[in-house]
Design a protein around this ligand. Structure first.
Ligand code: AMP
Length: 215
């Protein structure tokens, strides 16, 4: 099962990807998580992308190609993967085709988790993450058991540095400029399964599972 999950920042892609990964035992390959981890651990890649991430800008297509190629070549993707946050530009779409071809793989499903700008801004402003394990919460729709503490680590949750209002607007603008046209093309070609991300996490997950079981 080789899945691509698309959608605006804050639509709930990451949460859904985690659910799919747990249900089917395939890795959740989030390019955003990989880049943030590189920044946290101070790797060469991390140094190169830190400022870009902080500004909410996009990392170059060439760098992303290397990151994704290396990740999808790993053995744990043998039975499938769920790719979250990639591709985001037209060039990344062709890069992904090349990468998959080289690895002898192909996509089985492309899913769009849709959400309006208003929904996205509200979701992101309520998003909190655990600085220790990376678990993602939402103070309205996916609350931690104890006020702003991680359920597993009991560490105080924080806001992602790129989740501040101005950066969110920039990320949304980039999504509309660069990613939405690509998504529109997939939609026109009938390749996309579209789910309304404004519904509850459980309902969205149920619809995605139903779709995956059919394909
Ligand atoms: P995300 O968690 O998917 O919202 O990604 C966080 C940040 O990582 C983005 O705002 C970009 O700076 C960078 N990033 C993640 N995926 C990509 C991608 N496919 N292309 C370019 N930049 C990316």
């Amino acid at each position: 099962m080789n899945i691509v999950l698309m959608g605006p920042p804050g639509a709930g892609k990451g949460t859904q990807a985690e659910r799919i990964a747990a249900r089917y035992g395939i890795p959740h390959v989030s390019t955003g998580d990989m880049l943030r981890e590189a920044v946290r651990s101070g790797t060469e890649l991390g140094h190169r992308v830190e400022e870009i991430l902080d500004k909410g800008d996009l990392v170059t297509d060439e760098v992303m190609k290397e990151v994704v190629k290396e990740r999808l070549a790993k053995d744990d993707t043998r039975d499938g993967f769920i790719l979250d946050g990639y591709p985001r530009t037209r060039r990344q779409v062709s890069h992904l085709e090349e990468i998959l071809k080289d690895l002898g793989k192909s996509l089985t499903s492309m899913i769009l988790v849709n959400a309006s700008e208003q929904e996205v801004v509200e979701r992101i402003s309520n998003r909190r993450v655990c600085p220790k394990c990376g678990a993602v919460y939402n103070l309205i729709s996916l609350k931690p058991e104890n006020d702003e503490l991680c359920d597993s680590c009991s560490v105080s949750l924080v806001q992602r540095s790129d989740d501040e209002a101005e950066t969110v607007r920039m990320r949304y603008r980039l999504y509309m400029d660069k990613t939405a046209p690509v998504i529109e093309e997939f939609r026109r070609e009938g390749k996309l399964f579209i789910v309304d991300g404004s519904e509850s996490v459980d309902i969205v997950a149920e619809k995605i599972f139903e779709h995956l079981e059919k394909t």
